[in-house]
Design a protein around this ligand. Structure first.
Ligand SMILES: NC(=O)C1=CN([C@@H]2O[C@H](COP(=O)(O)OP(=O)(O)OC[C@H]3O[C@@H](n4cnc5c(N)ncnc54)[C@H](O)[C@@H]3O)[C@@H](O)[C@H]2O)C=CC1
Ligand SMILES: Nc1nc(O)c(N)c(N[C@@H]2O[C@H](COP(=O)(O)O)[C@@H](O)[C@H]2O)n1
Length: 216
């Protein structure tokens, strides 16, 4: 058993979720309200370690009214326990789980255990299927996946994503090194592409929001 997983992201018209220097303020004010409503509805919110290193996010509900109890559990996928001990994701605003692999140095894991729950799974990288099962066992039924593009790729190609919601902002930045919605190794043959069904589309301010169901 695993949680229902919703991948949510904001991208430019050319599919970038950050510039090549890591600048990533893409969503307009109205879309951020939608994002924080989705955070409030979710039991957990998950990001990859590079997103923590690039953005130092809080991953709480802070753009709309919410009580502290409405913050989702924060989950960081961090094979080698690189989450900086003073990062905001480890503050006391919400509980945090750091998922590491067996490659994580014990010294860094011990430091993280002072402010987070640590789940160890996988040899080189975090085993995402096992992590999803463990989160479900802990009561997580709805999980919001907030990137970045490498984790998005692993989750989607492992068949662990049920819905994709994207905000497309009317901006173009280009850049071969700029992260897109989904990067990773890439599927080689179009016949093997992950297929989606468009469920809903609407504008929010200047942005366009598309909501898809992932076909099984
Ligand atoms: N516009 C938006 O909506 C968002 C933009 N971003 C941007 O995305 C960028 C970061 O994206 P990425 O560099 O792709 O990194 P990422 O945030 O996806 O982290 C990937 C890292 O997670 C670790 N990991 C451990 N086990 C893994 C597994 N099984 N599968 C995949 N990764 C695993 C690895 O160290 C891997 O390099 C940042 O610039 C951030 O600003 C991030 C979230 C949302
Ligand atoms: N939906 C959305 N729109 C954008 O424009 C974004 N840059 C992001 N980024 C994600 O939100 C995190 C920041 O969260 P806090 O406000 O610090 O809680 C960032 O790390 C990305 O995961 N998302």
């Amino acid at each position: 058993m695993r949680p229902h997983v919703i991948l949510n992201a904001a991208m430019t018209l050319d599919g970038k979720i950050a510039t090549e220097t890591g600048s990533s303020e893409i969503s307009g004010r109205e879309d951020l309200v939608r994002v924080h409503e989705l955070r409030r509805e979710s039991d957990a919110i998950m990001v990859g370690i590079n997103t923590v290193l690039a953005d130092d996010p809080r991953l709480t509900v802070h753009k709309i009214d919410a009580s502290p109890e409405e913050n989702p559990i924060r989950v960081v996928v961090d094979s080698r326990a690189r989450t900086p001990p003073h990062s905001r994701v480890l503050n006391n605003e919400a509980p945090t789980i750091i998922a590491v692999s067996e490659m994580a140095p014990e010294g860094r894991v011990s430091v993280l255990r002072e402010s987070a729950d640590v789940i160890v799974t996988g040899g080189e990288r975090v085993d995402l299927e096992v992590l999803m099962e463990e989160l479900h066992r802990r009561g997580v039924r709805k999980l919001m996946l907030e990137g970045g593009s490498t984790l998005n790729y692993s989750m989607i190609t492992a068949g662990l994503v049920d819905e994709v919601r994207v905000c497309i902002a009317p901006m173009i930045v280009g850049g071969e090194a700029a992260r897109t919605l989904v990067d990773g190794e890439g599927i080689k043959d179009m016949a093997d592409a992950v297929r989606l069904e468009l469920i809903k589309h609407y504008t929010l301010g200047k942005d366009l929001v598309l909501e898809y169901r992932v076909k099984v």
